[in-house]
Design a protein around this ligand. Structure first.
Ligand SMILES: Nc1ncnc2c1ncn2[C@@H]1O[C@H](COP(=O)(O)OP(=O)(O)OP(=O)(O)O)[C@@H](O)[C@H]1O
Ligand SMILES: [Mg+2]
Length: 417
C-alpha cells in the first residue's frame, strides 16, 4: 500500500464502514423486538388453554380442529433448545406439560407436540421464532452495499484530495531538458489554483535563472577570447623554447575550455530541426574520422537503423563519447544494435572506469574525475554534459556503467524513426 491515494481510499472506506456499522448496531439495539422469553411465556399461556380444552373434551377439541394423536409429530429436525424453553415456560405458568418442538424442512415451519398423557399428544403449529427469512443474506447484502458505497465515495474523495499533488507530480515529471516546467492552467478549487500558481512562479524563476546562467557562461567564454589572443601574442615572444611551449599549450587548453562552454550554452538554447538520420553510416563515418585523428576506435557491430535527430548535434554528442572512451579509456569499441522501438549504441573501453559514487556527477558541466587523470587528458569536463543535453533533446537517454574487470560502457538509446 505505497501510494497516498490508496491509503486515503482505504482510510475513508474504513472510517465510513465503521461509522455505518456502529450506527446499524445502535439502531438494531434500540429497535429490538421484546425479549424472546416474554413471547414464549405468552405462547405457553395460549397453548395451556388448548391443552385444557383437549383434556376436558377431546371430542369437541377434535371437532374444533385440534390435532390429537397417539404419537408426537416427527419433523426433519428436533429443536431441543426450543423444546426446553417451551417446557420451562409451561412450568413457569404452573403446568406440567412437556413440549417437543420439531422443525420442518420447509423454511420457518415448526410444530409443537404437547404431552397430555400416555399415547395422547396435542400437535399444533407454532409461530416462527427464528430470525427473519434470509437474514444472513440480507445482512451480507447490506454490508456489501455499505462497502460499495463507501468505496465509490472514497475513490472520488481521494482523487479530489490528491489533485494538487498529482498536478505537482505531473508537471515535475514533464520538466524539459532546459530545466523549465510546462505552464499549468490556473483553474479549479482554491488549493489547486494555489498549487498551479506556485508551480508557474517556480517555472518562471527557473527559466530566468537558467537564462542568466547561460548568458554568464557564454559571456565569460566569449570575453576570455580577447585577453587570450593578447597572451598568445605575448607568448610568441618568450625566448626560452620550453617555456614558450608550456605557455602556448596552457593557452590552447584555455581556448578549448572557453569553446566548450560556449558550445554547451549553444546546445541548451539550440532548436535545430530533427530529421531522419541513418545511425549506422553516421557511426561508421565518425569512427573513420576519429581514427584519422589518431584516436584508437573501432566499429565492432552495425545495423541499418534510422532515428530522428539533428544530424550535426547527434554526431557531436556521439563524438564526445567515443573520444572519452578513446582518451580516458584507452580505446573505443562501438556497437549498434536495435530492439523493437530503439536504436542502442554501446561504446565500451577497457580503461579505469569511473568511481561508482561519481557516476551521476560526471554529467555535471566542468566536472572531471581526478587531478592525476586531468593532466593526462586535457579537457573542460563538458563532453558528457553536452552529449546528454543533445540525446535528451531528441527523446533519447544515456547511461554509463563500469565493466568487469575494468572499463566503462556508455549506452545510448534513441527512439527509432
Ligand atoms: N570512458 C571513460 N573512462 C573513464 N573515465 C571517463 C570516461 N569518460 C568520461 N570519464 C570521466 O568523466 C569526466 C567527464 O567527462 P567529460 O567528457 O564530460 O569531460 P572531459 O572528457 O574531461 O572534457 P571534454 O569537455 O573535453 O570532454 C572525465 O574528465 C573523466 O574523468
Ligand atoms: Mg570528454
Amino acid at each position: 500500500m505505497k501510494s497516498l491515494r490508496q491509503r486515503i481510499v482505504l482510510l475513508l472506506i474504513l472510517a465510513i464502514v465503521t461509522v455505518v456499522g456502529l450506527a446499524t448496531f445502535a439502531a438494531s439495539r434500540v429497535l429490538q423486538p421484546p425479549p424472546q422469553d416474554d413471547r414464549i411465556d405468552r405462547l405457553a399461556r395460549q397453548l395451556m388453554v388448548l391443552v385444557a380444552f383437549a383434556e376436558k373434551d377431546p371430542q369437541a377439541a377434535r371437532a374444533a380442529g385440534l390435532v390429537l394423536r397417539d404419537t408426537p409429530q416427527t419433523g426433519d429436525f428436533s429443536d431441543r433448545m426450543m423444546s426446553e424453553r417451551l417446557s420451562a415456560a409451561f412450568h413457569r405458568a404452573g403446568s406440567a406439560v412437556e413440549a417437543q418442538v420439531n422443525l420442518q424442512n420447509e423454511p420457518h415451519r415448526a410444530t409443537a407436540s404437547l404431552y397430555l398423557g400416555p399415547e395422547r399428544w396435542l400437535v399444533t403449529e407454532l409461530n416462527d421464532f427464528g430470525p427473519p427469512p434470509g437474514g444472513w443474506i440480507v445482512l451480507a447484502g447490506w454490508g456489501f452495499l455499505i462497502v460499495l458505497g463507501a468505496a465509490c465515495v472514497s475513490i472520488f474523495a481521494a482523487a479530489k484530495i490528491i489533485r494538487p499533488l498529482q498536478l505537482l507530480q505531473d508537471s515535475v515529471g514533464r520538466v524539459g531538458p532546459d530545466g523549465t516546467l510546462p505552464h499549468i492552467e490556473e483553474t479549479g478549487s482554491g488549493e489547486i489554483r494555489a498549487t498551479a500558481q506556485a508551480i508557474n512562479r517556480l517555472s518562471a524563476r527557473l527559466k530566468t535563472a537558467m537564462e542568466s546562467r547561460m548568458r554568464l557562461v557564454a559571456a565569460a567564454g566569449h570575453d576570455l577570447r580577447t585577453p587570450m589572443t593578447r597572451m598568445r601574442l605575448r607568448a610568441e615572444f618568450i625566448t626560452d623554447e620550453v617555456d614558450r611551449q608550456k605557455w602556448l599549450s596552457d593557452l590552447e587548453e584555455l581556448d578549448q575550455i572557453a569553446d566548450s562552454a560556449i558550445r554547451l550554452v549553444r546546445e541548451e538554447v539550440n532548436d535545430d530541426k530533427a530529421e531522419k538520420v541513418e545511425l549506422g553510416s553516421m557511426l561508421c563515418e565518425l569512427v573513420e574520422e576519429l581514427r584519422l585523428l589518431g584516436h584508437p576506435a573501432a566499429l565492432a557491430e552495425r545495423q541499418t537503423v534510422t532515428v530522428s535527430a539533428a544530424p550535426l548535434a547527434l554526431k557531436r554528442a556521439l563524438r564526445n563519447l567515443v573520444i572519452n572512451a578513446a582518451t580516458h579509456g584507452g580505446g573505443a569499441s562501438v556497437r549498434l544494435a536495435v530492439d523493437d522501438n530503439h536504436a542502442i549504441v554501446s561504446i565500451t573501453d577497457e580503461g579505469p572506469g569511473i568511481p561508482e559514487n561519481l557516476m551521476e556527477q560526471v554529467f555535471e558541466p566542468f566536472f572531471r574525475v581526478d587531478a592525476a587523470r586531468r593532466k593526462a587528458v586535457p579537457g573542460a569536463g563538458l563532453g558528457l554534459a553536452i552529449a546528454r543535453e543533445i540525446f535528451e533533446r531528441f527523446g533519447g537517454s544515456i547511461t554509463i556503467a563500469n565493466r568487469r574487470p575494468h572499463g566503462l560502457e556508455q549506452t545510448i538509446r534513441l527512439l527509432r524513426a
